[in-house]
Design a protein around this ligand. Sequence first.
Ligand code: DHB
Ligand code: FE
Length: 288
Amino acid sequence: MTTVEQVQDVATAAASGASATEHFRKDKSPFEAVKDTPPERVSTLINDVLAGVHATIRKHKVTYDEYNALKAWLINVGEDGEWPLFLDVWVEHVVEEVNTAHRQGNKGSIEGPYYVPNAPELGSKGTLPMRPDEKGDRLVWNGQVRSIDGSPLAGAKVELWHADADGYYSQFAPGIPEWNLRGTFITDDQGNFEITTIRPAPYMIPTDGSCGKMIAAAGWHPWRPAHLHLKVSAPGHEMLTVQLYFPGDPHNDDDVASAVKPELVLDPKEDGQGGHTISYDFVLDPEN
Ligand code: DHB
Ligand code: FE
């Protein structure tokens, strides 16, 4: 099992960013998947990105001081390990949009930097691994996985991961048990699952690294609304990567990562004991 060394033992946000870089390098071989891309496409993509940069410089008469600040900032993003963070917050949502536009089933959303495969399997009904004193209100979620024709998908895999009540993810912030708030559920013969967890807190992307500097310099805010991350998969179907949100969160309308869609906001009901129940089903598109 892969684990990630914590780069620092204090929960600094920049340390989470650096862990994300380390994780990405360990688990993926991104160049392999595009090794057959024709040079024409590579050339077109690079030229179009550069054309956008050139147009911005001309339009706003960018100065040498600004150009040098950009160079310094780009160097720092790499040194801070914040490229996964930068790309997942400001770029991934458009990649997600163009790659899932054909779907008839569930809307998806960005994966973000904190997914880890092979979280503990918990059957069709279970509680995410958590600390005995885990903070946060209880959430019990009943759902079903179906295909777009309405047929239930038995044996579908529902992978859930989310931040704790302080906004930290296990394996990316120090001092949290390895699989805390991460688990894999397998739907029963009716396609159903039941998951017990806690309600996560709104999440602030790291402000003590280069992305934080950019946000401050631009007068933006660093917040994402509270969210649950999921990957839902079944044989013969496209994998759904999605996030679910909670109604009333002040950042549902101005998520720094632009990843909220109205269809992805839950409708929690009070359970009378301080917690909530939710009901949310997934509909997967068959593979072509
Ligand atoms: C980031 C963190 C998240 O939890 C997320 O869902 C998307 C992006 C980030 O810090 O980059
Ligand atoms: Fe997240």
